[in-house]
Ligand binder design. Structure first.
Ligand SMILES: *Cc1c(COP(=O)(O)O)cnc(C)c1O
Length: 419
């Protein structure tokens, strides 16, 4: 076999990678709430020889020979995950957050069973019952709504929906909810109707890992997450659960819904959980909370309305219903200034999902770059200026300032990233 560096072997693809690295480094403020930048040690594990092996099964019970070191890596990932999240069992093989949810549902339910999840435009994910997704197709999904006055999920609303629909399982955990999830409240509602309680902490798992957000255990029975959002690891998923569900969760991942695990990703998940247990990561997540608070203050001081009037976590949701601009146009005006956010439905949104009356903004990625409250306040002002007055000169001024910020807070530059 001939070995070549990627730049020699495939200059065409290499050039694309260089361009993407430069885009991440220089071409915009990454404020999509689900994105982050991983450290080099994660990239290294992902680019390792662990990709070469079939390791179907679980440590000690594989279907192929030669899995000794894969067993060690997966055990390390599982042990670190349990320790970090105070969980009794971890399955680190799901390829993504969506496949983790698929396996978690089928671990304890059968097709056609009833699940109670959030109204999708109130912060849920496609895999929480959308009709274009397997979840809406294979399960009988009913919903609970955000409270119109408080713009938070409230016990009485959840309980009322639970009593009305008598679900087998309740899902809590969201993609666009700026407030702390009250797992105790959901446990009480689940107990009233004898339902299994599942938390999907895909967005907040980094915060949960350090205590910057309440832990879903012991209230929840099953917890799913991605490993690439606030926890800043490789792209992938994970299921955590109480012991009584461990066998059915493992079976639902393999062989029910997946074949061989992506062991290079599993190795990188082990690295991620080690990083997340360090004091530096705790500092990182408390900085995320401070940064989001500063961003929220700045947006509000500049007369923008936020869903629920603020934030407890890593994101804010701007409510544009009283502004002269839609989510779609605001997203595009901000992109022109190299501020990258996404349009998002607000609760009870009169606009369609393609247009929306909201903008979702997250701080994990910029906090990874080293930005602090001062920069967040300044960025909040720029965002408000553009939303209130999306004209060429306002956008150009912001864009110039964004360029300077990119330079001041380098990402991988100078650290010899291998492509
Ligand atoms: C991102 C997300 C997922 C899905 O993750 P993928 O890895 O993109 O499949 C699931 N649930 C929630 C709440 C999410 O925010």
């Amino acid at each position: 076999m001939q070995h070549h560096s990627l730049s020699e072997a495939d200059p065409e693809l290499y050039k694309i990678l260089k361009k993407e690295a430069s885009r991440q480094e220089n071409e915009g403020l990454e404020m999509i709430a689900s994105e982050n930048f991983v450290p080099l040690q994660i990239l290294q594990a992902q680019g390792s020889v662990m990709t070469n092996k079939y390791a179907e099964g679980y440590p000690g019970k594989r279907y192929y020979a030669g899995c000794e070191h894969h067993d060690s890596a997966e055990d390390l990932a599982r042990e670190r995950a349990c320790e970090l999240f105070n969980a009794e069992h971890a399955n680190v093989q799901p390829h993504s957050g969506t496949t983790a949810n698929f396996a978690a549902y089928f671990a304890v339910l059968e097709a056609g069973d009833k699940i109670l999840g959030p109204v999708l435009s109130h912060g849920g994910h496609l895999s929480h019952g959308h009709h274009v997704n397997f979840s809406g197709d294979l399960f009988d999904f009913e919903t609970y709504a955000i409270n119109k006055e408080t713009e938070r999920f409230e016990y009485n609303d959840v309980l009322k929906a639970a009593k009305k629909h008598d679900p087998d399982l309740i899902v809590c955990g969201y993609s666009a909810y700026p407030r702390e999830v009250d797992f105790e409240m959901f446990r009480e509602a689940a107990d009233e109707v004898d339902a299994i309680l599942m938390a999907d902490i895909a967005h907040i798992s980094g915060l949960v890992a350090t205590g910057a957000h309440e832990n879903p255990f012991p209230e929840c029975d099953i917890v799913t997450t991605t490993t690439h959002k606030s926890i800043r690891g490789p792209r992938g998923g994970m299921i955590l659960c109480k012991d009584e569900y461990s066998k059915s969760v493992d079976k639902a991942v393999f062989p029910y819904s997946q074949g061989g695990p992506l062991m290079h990703q599993v190795a990188a998940k082990a690295v991620c959980f080690n990083e997340a247990s360090k004091p530096e990561f705790k500092d990182y997540t408390s900085q995320i909370i401070k940064n989001t608070g500063a961003l929220a203050d700045s947006l509000q001081e500049n007369s923008l309305k936020l869903v629920s009037n603020g934030t407890d976590n890593h994101l804010v949701l701007i409510d544009l219903r009283e502004e002269d601009i839609t989510g779609k146009l605001a997203e595009s005006a901000l992109e022109d200034a190299n501020i990258i956010v996404n349009k998002n439905m607000v609760p009870y949104d009169p606009e369609s999902p393609m247009t929306t009356s909201g903008i979702r903004i997250g701080t994990p990625a910029l906090t990874t770059r080293g930005m602090k409250a001062k920069e967040m306040r300044e960025i909040g002002k720029m965002i408000a200026d553009i939303i209130k007055n999306p004209e060429k000169d306002v956008i150009q001024d912001a864009k110039k300032r964004v360029e300077i910020l990119m330079d001041e807070f380098p990402l991988y530059e100078g650290s010899e990233v291998e492509y």
